[in-house]
Write a protein that binds this ligand. Structure first.
Ligand code: DSN
Length: 403
């Protein structure tokens, strides 16, 4: 047997035997695995199928794309169905980072200003971290969270008013609360109005972009308010709460379709990965089912049950709880001797997998961090209910007490 399959077998065993609490991970269905392991990996299909083509490209660049076109059109239709939207969708981004790269490229020029939430407060690497392309190519201005870790919506108004960005970004990879997209949009409008009225400028409304990668499954199931109809551009991954293949998607208002399509191909990628497009289509089919809705409702119930238990055990949670699939424990006040890294490493030894995470007003480096992030999406797929997550919280507490 190839060495590779030996390694895959070992990884399968690890996945079977550990308690998976990484908030961005999940377990896909056999059908998703089948689609991404299919013969579609053999096919090159640069460009877009006729119906989804807005960029002026002449369809596909290679022959033999008849079934690939059928697949990609079907995939786009399925994703519009998942989110009940008529937004344009591009299903080719290879990942969430690629989706964000292309989304910025579609509407910004290098040096333009973006207002977003930074990594320490729960944002994402591609939301302007100085070590990422976003922080290198664009002028980043970050809005704050308040002393309890909640988004400071008033600060978004202030930052837009003061810096007049070309784009405002909402979305997070470690934020346990519902994000009020309408409030952000209203604050953008107000800041533009006030800027022009008071400063005599002709500042045009910035683009409003939402990266819903973490909460996309909740949006699909109606467990989080939807950014559709509010944001101009929406990016997501398909593998977190959406429980599908690894990959990215970009949705946009129809008038931005041409720019978004060109930014993906030929702007930043070559041929789409058609086996992954097939995996995304299966993911979308699954996300339209009642069983999926029930799954997401259980994910949220589990997260709330676990958060409540950790609080009873004396832990400090960022924002004091959760509305979604994840929670953040902040050790800085209750267990100042513990770093997120120590906790992650110790839990690893006991078969519990999670990740260290920075907390608002972090004093440690991201490599150490003062907190951990816990997600319930993966183990809910494995059938865990509230009482199972309460037991996991108790077990984590027991391990930490012996550290
Ligand atoms: N790395 C992912 C996460 O863990 O949230 C985001 O891309």
């Amino acid at each position: 047997m190839s060495k590779v399959f030996e390694i895959i077998e070992k990884e399968q065993k690890r996945q079977n035997e550990t308690i998976e609490l990484i908030a961005s991970e999940n377990f896909v269905s056999e059908n998703v695995l089948k689609a991404v392991g299919s013969c579609l990996t053999n096919k090159y299909a640069e460009g877009y199928p006729e119906i989804e083509r807005h960029s002026g490209n002449q369809g596909r660049y290679y022959g033999g794309c008849v079934y690939i076109d059928e697949l990609e059109e079907y995939c786009c239709d399925q994703w519009r169905k998942v989110f009940h939207t008529d937004y344009h969708v591009n299903v080719q981004p290879h990942s969430g980072s690629q989706a964000n790269f292309a989304a910025y490229m579609a509407v910004l020029r290098p040096g333009d200003t973006i207002v977003s939430m930074d990594l320490n407060n729960g944002g994402h690497l591609t939301h302007g971290s100085s070590v990422n392309f976003s922080g290198k190519l664009y002028n980043m201005v970050f809005y704050n969270t308040d002393e309890n870790g909640f988004i400071d919506y008033e600060d978004i108004y202030e930052k837009v008013r003061q810096h007049k960005p070309a784009l405002v970004l909402a979305g997070a990879s470690a934020y346990p609360r519902e994000i009020d997209f309408s409030k952000i949009s209203d604050n953008i409008d107000k800041a533009v109005r006030d800027s022009n009225a008071c400063d005599g400028t002709d500042y045009k409304r910035p683009f409003f972009m939402v990266d819903m990668a973490h909460i996309a499954g909740l949006v699909a199931a109606g467990e989080h308010t939807s950014p559709f109809g509010i944001a101009d551009i929406i990016t997501t991954t398909t593998h977190k709460t959406l429980r599908g293949t690894r990959g990215g998607l970009i949705f946009c208002k129809p008038e931005l379709a041409k720019k978004v399509d060109s930014a993906v191909f030929p702007g930043s990628q070559g041929g789409g990965l058609q086996h992954i497009v097939a995996g995304k289509a299966v993911t979308a089919e699954e996300a339209c089912t009642d069983a999926y809705k029930q799954y997401i409702q259980q994910v949220v119930r589990n997260s709330k049950a676990m958060a409540k238990r950790f609080k009873e055990l004396g832990y400090d949670l960022v924002t004091g709880g959760t509305d979604n699939h994840l929670l953040l424990i902040d050790f800085s006040k209750t267990h100042p001797q513990l770093t997120g890294k120590d906790v992650q490493d110790e839990l690893d030894k006991h078969g519990i997998t999670l990740n260290k995470n920075c907390v608002p007003r972090e004093k440690r480096s991201p490599k150490q961090a003062s907190g951990v992030r816990i997600g319930t999406a993966a183990m809910t797929t494995r059938g865990y209910k509230e009482e199972d997550f309460i037991k996991v919280a108790d077990r984590i507490n027991e391990i930490l007490q012996n550290m």
